[in-house]
Write a protein that binds this ligand. Structure first.
Ligand SMILES: Nc1ncnc2c1ncn2[C@@H]1O[C@H](COP(=O)(O)OP(=O)(O)OP(=O)(O)O)[C@@H](O)[C@H]1O
Length: 197
């Protein structure tokens, strides 16, 4: 698995925060690819500056993040490489918004707030359909939470009472070639971008 590119997307202040004028905790310099964490220690401004491969400030739109940081990675996948895109950060920092965003599909159009996942699915199908390629597509969907992996496409175990019902846990294993795999996941065939959005 390769990790391609690292970006930072700063969450904008919400309306309440803007109204009461909360002090900014970070600033972004997109052209210098820097994020500064603003700190005042004993009345002295001691900012910590971090440099990234790419920085998107609070006004960055979902589409521009996708076009600049993600679309090239999806193209690599279609060229046969393994790629990973993951969002990392503290709770409430915008991971879900950036990865999923607004997924409601109006007449086949992606809304402006659509995040990385629906845009990537759309790019993959658009490219394959545009090439008239012969392809099959399968997806798996799993969650790692509190060190336990759960298959989100697996059906619940029917014998358990409704309170006890839970998805079956899955284990992480090495495949002997140095790769880590999640064994036994349900695989679902998908045929178009729209069906699963
Ligand atoms: N770029 C953005 N523009 C506008 N609103 C945003 C943006 N990023 C996040 N938000 C909003 O901020 C809130 C927190 O974001 P989100 O739920 O994506 O965080 P998270 O990192 O996934 O949190 P958790 O780790 O707790 O699941 C949500 O209400 C989301 O809609």
């Amino acid at each position: 698995m390769d990790i391609n590119g690292l970006g930072l997307d700063a969450l904008p202040l919400n309306d309440d925060e803007q109204r009461i004028n909360v002090p900014k905790a970070i600033t972004c310099n997109e052209s210098k690819r820097e994020v500064s964490v603003l700190q005042n220690v004993a009345n002295k401004q001691v900012d910590k500056v971090f440099t990234f491969d790419k920085v998107f400030g609070p006004k960055a739109q979902q589409r521009s993040i996708y076009d600049q940081a993600i679309s090239p990675i999806v193209k690599e996948v279609l060229d046969g490489f393994n790629c990973t895109v993951f969002a990392y950060g503290q709770t409430g920092t915008g991971k879900t918004y950036t990865m999923e965003g607004g997924m409601r599909n109006k007449a086949g159009e992606l809304p402006a707030e659509a995040g990385i996942i629906p845009r990537a699915v759309r790019q993959i199908f658009d490219t394959l359909e545009g090439q008239n390629a012969d392809y099959s597509m399968k997806v798996t969907f799993w969650e790692l939470y509190n060190e336990e992996i759960t298959d989100l496409l697996a059906s619940e175990e029917p014998s358990k009472s409704s309170e006890e019902r839970q998805k079956k846990p899955v284990s992480l294993m090495e495949d002997g070639k140095g790769c880590v795999v999640v064994r036994g996941l349900e695989e679902e065939a998908v045929y178009s971008a729209n069906r699963h959005l």
